[in-house]
Design a protein. Sequence first.
Length: 154
Amino acid sequence: MTSLVIIHSIVRWLVVISLLTSLVVAWSGYGKRSAFTQRVNKLRHWTATLAHCQLVIGITLAFRSPYFTHFWHNLSQPNTHFDFSFYGLIHPGLMTLAIATLTIGSAKTKRSKHDRNKFRTMLIWFTVSAVIIIIAIPWPFSPLSARPLIRIYH
Ligand code: HEM
């Protein structure tokens, strides 16, 4: 559990950085009518793959998390702390939705015929996914739940 939450916190940065890079590249490629190169395609692919890794880590973490297990084992009782609802339902639910959106967007981008359509599809779907992820991350300044930007111990 301890190392898994540290890994989950680090992989968050890989997901955020790759997703934001994808958005900048898609925006610029669409605007400049650039070619959808092999490099851009690799970026699309790796962004989705990193999100899938985070999904697997997140699911494994959830079953070991005291917040997640407390929430699901005490459904009939009122919650004493919002963190139980956040890590039990809100965070996993929103993140799963965001990763599904990213996956659909990535597949649709791959299947699009013309380069400009590829950039447009990637831009739209990845933006929706990024907005959900940014909202659902427990940033230190988040009103939902606050966790450190970098976790080195638990
Ligand atoms: C893009 C996807 C995701 C990102 C960026 C993300 C990010 C984070 C971050 C930053 C934390 C706080 C870590 C810390 O305390 O330092 C966290 C906690 C947590 N995440 Fe995620 N997460 C994602 C997906 C998921 C998914 C899909 C699940 C479960 C299905 C999940 C379950 C959890 C749980 C249960 C905790 C709380 C663990 C605990 O302290 O007991 N996460 N997540």
